[in-house]
Design a protein around this ligand. Structure first.
Ligand SMILES: Cc1ncc(COP(=O)(O)O)c(C=O)c1O
Length: 432
């Protein structure tokens, strides 16, 4: 069966033909390719088209597709242990590895997705503080937990409006909306609700409104407010963890989180998640404490083995991060110079191996309001051109381009050449 045939058949059996909405390419008005294989940074669809992949399963595959060590770990483990629902040594190995490799995580609980990790971290914060309100920032995505699904709108919002049908107002009435990188607004929010706030959850390097790094002063303000009012600061490192640096986004700031949520890279491409923090907080989880959170598949041995193989390889080869930084610089400089040559207004934000080209007349993009001013029609033309030329990027202006250790200079050169054709076409379009 060919791409289109499979996708149309899929639409009969799965809503939108997919198991996660953005995969359907509805925002860019195209049909998605149906992918059958991947090796390194090359993926192949059912029509045998090849693409250089800059999506990497939405971030996890920092070692590229089917890395030999990860595949070997999966194969070896699956031949003797698929699932037990009992303690295993592999769980200990990964838990100990993470706790001893990153800062501020003394104890950790494994779960099965990023959503589960952030949702459980918030529950723990509520249980620990015995408070109910949480703060999330407009433009940050923390998974599909009801309490996070709030359409943030512009301006200061202290109450939520559901961003999804099926989310009762009761589920979000305790979610306060913060404005990313806006110190005054968050101070005002704490002035009004501070004694009721259990925790503040943030993507320290936002990736779900395009890439925007939180500013140091802003992060310090969050820490100060959480300390003053007794709330917990939760870093959602589902996307950032082991990506923006081996020790994650927390190593980029002089601010310590109380809890950290992980997923994506920590599972080597398999379904995974985890949340951790200070022992004194984590010990409130059942069976030691009263916060109940459980999972049949949590700590699955194959996932643990894939995660351990990935993280061990990264830790043993920290120069991978230099490689990613270097090709990231090459890509960024190339894009900026092409844009200048063709008079194509853009802002490019990059932190290590995650970046976004914002099609905007603005000089900088540092807030969610800035993001909302981007030229989405231009993005859609760019996306169609790139994918039809064999460059796989996420089908949204508000997502990140990801780099892996397997991307080489030649892949970056092809990206740049393809981008130049798009910029030239846009320049012609402006003339006509
Ligand atoms: C920052 C962040 N948090 C949480 C999630 C939810 O993770 P999952 O899709 O594994 O549930 C995502 C997913 O992309 C994410 O980017």
């Amino acid at each position: 069966m060919k791409n289109l045939e499979i996708f149309e058949e899929s639409e009969k059996y799965m809503p939108g033909g997919v198991n996660s909405p953005v995969r359907a390419f509805r925002g860019v008005n195209l049909n998605p390719p149906v992918i059958k294989s991947g090796k390194g940074v090359i993926i192949k669809d059912e029509d045998d088209n090849e693409y250089i992949d800059f999506v990497l399963a939405w971030g996890p595959l920092i070692l590229g597709h089917c890395d030999e060590d990860v595949v070997c770990a999966i194969q070896e483990t699956s031949s003797k242990s698929i699932a037990f629902g009992a303690p295993t040594k592999l769980e200990l190995d990964l838990a100990k590895f993470i706790c001893t490799s990153v800062d501020n995580v003394e104890m950790i609980r494994m779960v099965n997705s990023g959503t589960e990790a952030t949702m459980s971290a918030v529950k723990l914060a509520r249980g620990y503080t015995n408070r109910k309100r949480i703060v999330k920032f407009a433009g940050c995505y923390h998974g599909h937990f009801d309490g996070f699904l709030i359409e943030a709108g512009s301006g200061v919002m202290t109450g939520g409006i559901p961003g999804s049908l099926g989310v009762p107002n009761e589920s979000i009435e305790n979610t306060l909306i913060g404005i990313y990188n806006d110190e005054n607004q968050i101070r005002e929010l704490f002035k009004e609700y501070g004694n009721e706030i259990a925790g503040v959850i943030i993507e320290p390097v936002a990736g779900n409104m395009g890439v925007i790094k939180a500013e140091e002063d802003f992060m310090e303000t969050l820490r100060e407010l959480c300390d003053t009012y007794g709330a917990l600061l939760i870093f959602d490192e589902v996307m950032n963890g082991f990506r923006v640096a081996f020790k994650g986004a927390q190593s980029l700031f002089n601010v310590k989180p109380d809890l950290v949520a992980y997923a994506k890279i920590m599972g080597g491409g398999l379904p995974c998640g985890a949340y951790g923090g200070r022992k004194e907080i984590m010990e409130n989880l059942s069976p030691l404490g009263g916060v109940y959170q459980a999972g049949t598949m949590s700590g699955n041995p194959i996932v643990m083995a894939a995660g351990l193989a990935t993280l061990t390889k990264l830790k043993n080869n920290l120069s991978y991060y230099d490689h990613i930084e270097n090709i990231g610089i090459k890509l960024q400089e190339g894009i900026l110079s092409i844009s200048k040559k063709y008079n194509l207004p853009i802002v490019m934000n990059r932190v290590g191996g995650m970046m976004t080209i914002f099609f905007t007349e603005l000089k900088e993009v540092r807030t969610y309001d800035d993001v909302k001013k981007c030229n989405v029609d231009r993005f859609n033309r760019y996306f169609e051109h790139m994918i039809k030329s064999g460059i796989n990027i996420a089908p949204s202006q508000f997502e990140a381009v990801f780099l892996s250790v397997k991307h080489e200079e030649n892949h970056i050169n092809i990206f740049l050449k393809t981008f130049e054709k798009f910029a030239a076409a846009e320049a012609l379009r402006n003339l006509s």
